[in-house]
Design a protein around this ligand. Structure first.
Ligand code: ATP
Ligand code: MG
Length: 321
């Protein structure tokens, strides 16, 4: 479903690098003034989509429109109304934050005075005023990320691509970045954001598309995606490590997650008290003691696990090794 209200339209997008098919028929659209989060593990093809959207890379097939303009036929036009914050920061280390922003403004053909004014505004907005005249070399990772995003906003673009904007940030800087992004949405910009953090997509995005191995394997609002997984999850932590394997056998079912180190087992249920009681009774009958039990709503992690049979994050991949 696409119409004039879509700021981004992707149809049957295909891209290969030599023999490696990286994008295998992607269909996506993003309504003006909304955010789509593109969620996927390492190597899923997120950056490739962003690079194609921002005209840095040519598609092999399919149609890609930004604000109604074709990225292949009218790349200049497309570039004139997008802002891109890359996965790897693009600011000049030797210049100060302020110099970087003013330079970027000049690149976007803002007049000198206008450029300075806009730089000041952004430095203030991104909490970089104090550090404005220090060279970027001395900035922390979080400060660089903020500067990088500020740089991409210098020309007030209506469409913004954010490629893993919070990768590697500490929780506090991540929160700061989220509130900046929320503010942009309030101002009416259209955002396509890529992330490996399900929580981030859940919190910020209007719609979420899950990308895996070059295909969109699910698309919808966070609650739609979560609804596919079951209504509730029950997690029990087993008291004695030696009971763990037996407990896993008893609770075994589709979408079960277990963590031996934490002695925790997590399964989905239909949300009824009876379902919870059944689990507790079965463990009790097997003389397996429980340390704690909790009931929670499904997360997007659960969605990913259900869709792909494996966890989404790097952390998850390492855990499974
Ligand atoms: N220029 C290139 N030449 C060859 N292969 C490439 C190139 N760019 C990307 N790839 C491959 O395409 C696949 C998708 O890469 P991409 O960078 O789009 O993934 P991603 O979802 O952004 O991953 P990450 O979360 O690690 O950033 C990977 O297998 C990658 O090795
Ligand atoms: Mg990437």
């Amino acid at each position: 479903m696409t119409d004039g209200n879509d700021a981004i339209v992707i149809k049957k997008l295909i891209k290969s690098f030599k023999k490696l098919k990286v994008l295998d028929g992607i269909d996506l659209s993003v309504k003006r003034g909304t955010m789509l989060a593109l969620l996927g593990p390492n190597g899923a093809g997120k950056t490739t989509i962003v690079r194609i959207l921002s005209t840095l890379l040519k598609p092999d097939g399919g149609e890609v429109l930004v604000n109604g303009f074709d990225v292949r036929r009218e790349p200049k036009k497309v570039r004139s109304f997008i802002g891109l914050t890359g996965q790897y920061t693009a600011v000049d280390e030797l210049l100060s934050g302020r110099e970087n922003l003013v330079m970027m403004g000049r690149l976007y053909h803002l007049a000198k005075e206008e450029s300075k004014k806009r730089a000041d505004e952004l430095l203030y907005q991104f909490d970089l005023t104090e550090a404005a005249d220090r060279s970027v070399k001395t900035y922390s990772g979080g400060m660089r990320r903020r500067l990088d995003l500020a740089a991409s906003l210098i020309a007030s673009p209506p469409v913004i691509f954010l490629d893993e904007p919070t990768l590697g940030l500490d929780p506090r800087s991540r929160l700061a970045m989220w509130s900046i992004i929320e503010k942009l949405l309030e101002e009416g910009v259209t955002i396509l954001l890529t992330t490996q953090y399900l929580e981030e997509a859940d919190r910020l995005a209007d719609r979420i598309a899950v990308l895996d191995k070059g295909k969109i394997i699910a698309e919808g609002t966070a609650s739609e995606l979560k609804a596919d997984v079951g209504t509730e999850r029950v997690e029990v932590v087993i008291e004695r490590p030696e009971d763990f394997d037996r407990a896993v056998k008893i609770m075994e079912r589709d979408g079960m997650k277990s963590d031996r180190e934490e002695r925790s087992i997590d399964v989905s249920t239909n949300g009824s008290v009876f379902a919870v009681k059944q689990i507790l009774d079965a463990l009790h009958d097997a003389k397996i003691e429980i340390d704690t039990m909790s009931v929670h709503k499904p997360t997007l992690d659960d969605v990913f696990l259900r869709l792909t049979g494996r966890e989404a994050s790097m952390k998850g991949e390492e855990k499974n090794k």
